[in-house]
Write a protein that binds this ligand. Structure first.
Ligand code: NAD
Ligand code: UDP
Length: 317
């Protein structure tokens, strides 16, 4: 039986990945310090004999784990840019820089010792406020190196650089995955991200807060499609790969607000607040490379994914 280590497995994406791996019969060792994740995301796996949870902060070397490890997924990092959320990377600026730098180094060192494949969750944020659209992997980005978002953008860029260094120096088998906006069940309702904010505001009939004029775009990927890509990327020849994963179906934030309000049947007012500094104006992945490499094709339409997410939040409101 193969063994997979998931760093950040108590988070939104990580807990879906753990579930999928357990369903495939893998042994899963999940490491997390609950900085932005939650115990409730993993407690249902604890009765599975193939699941082990270790509470640990990745800025310290990984705990010793006996036996073979085949794959390490490094998903540990705060991920929301919303300064109003207690779980955002703006609220945890140093932690975000450290987990993506020192934490990634510790994770790579562990993978190197175990001769395991390494998958790093990078982000579309490495493209900053992109001057080209859609964004393809060979675009170097347009990033403010010291603005409020820089702790995440530059943290992820450092993470990519150290992944490439381990791949070059030690021939480590590495996939850097640039994840574009992903949503779905098990997002935290106070994470401040646009989908969770709009759904929770609509369910409570509170104002739906569009930042700026709402013309900015995002392309939303349902979490199951992302997980299919994270698993799919393991099936390519050994090497160093940088791969976009997301859904290229692009929407303005104003459209998203109206859609969610209508789907919930809410009486919320749609209001406008200030646009945060360096908020990217457009974001849309070019996913041709993932399609060519392992047939990646997101299947879940926005309406279907939103309906599932709305149902999830209804039960936790
Ligand atoms: P999340 O906050 O739900 O999950 C991150 C997990 O990492 C949490 O459980 C948190 O407790 C854990 N963690 C953070 N710092 C840690 C540390 N020092 N030691 C141990 N554990 C730590 O976020 P998510 O949305 O699930 O994102 C997962 C990964 O995917 C992140 O690396 C994020 O940057 C990346 N990503 C996500 C998206 C998205 O749309 N969800 C987009 C781009 C990139
Ligand atoms: N946004 C918004 N209202 C909110 C939360 C976010 O208008 O309550 C906007 C945000 O300014 C950005 C987009 O929605 O333009 C996506 O924000 P999110 O925090 O989900 O992720 P980002 O793609 O910026 O990392």
């Amino acid at each position: 039986m193969s063994t997979v280590v998931v760093l950040g497995g108590a988070g939104f994406v990580g807990s879906h990945l753990v579930e999928r791996l357990l369903n495939e019969g893998k042994k899963v060792i999940c490491i997390d310090n609950f900085l932005t994740g939650s115990e409730s995301n993993v407690e249902k796996f604890l009765e599975n004999p193939n699941f082990v949870f270790i509470k640990h902060d990745l800025i310290h070397s990984l705990p010793s784990i006996n036996g073979q490890v085949d794959v390490v997924f490094h998903l540990a990092s705060p991920a929301s840019p919303n300064a109003k959320s207690p779980k955002s990377y703006i609220a945890y600026p140093i932690e975000t820089l450290m987990v993506n730098s020192v934490g990634t180094k510790n994770a790579l060192e562990f993978a190197h010792q175990k001769n395991a494949k390494f998958v790093y969750a990078s982000s579309s944020e490495i493209y900053g406020d992109p001057a080209v659209s859609p964004q393809k992997e060979d675009y170097f980005g347009n990033v403010n190196p010291n603005g409020p978002r820089s702790v995440y953008d530059e943290g992820k860029r450092f993470g990519e650089a150290i992944c490439s260094a381990y791949a070059r120096k030690y021939k480590l088998d590495v996939r850097v995955i640039r994840i574009f906006n992903t949503y779905g069940t098990r997002m935290q309702k106070d994470d401040g991200r646009v989908v969770s904010n709009f759904i929770n505001q609509a369910l409570r009939n509170e104002d739906i807060t569009i930042y700026g004029d709402g013309d900015q775009t995002r392309s939303f990927c349902y979490v199951d499609d992302l997980i299919a890509g994270l698993i799919g990327c393991l099936d390519v020849e050994s090497g160093f790969y940088v791969i976009n994963l997301g859904n290229p179906d692009e929407h303005t934030i104003a459209d998203l607000a109206s859609k969610i309000k209508e789907m919930v049947g809410s009486s919320s007012k749609i209001v406008h607040e200030d646009l945060p500094m360096d908020d990217p104006h457009r974001r849309k992945p070019d996913i041709a490379y993932a399609k060519e490499l392992f047939g990646f094709e997101p299947k879940i339409k926005l309406d279907t994914g939103l309906a599932k997410t709305i149902e999830y939040f209804k039960t936790s409101i």
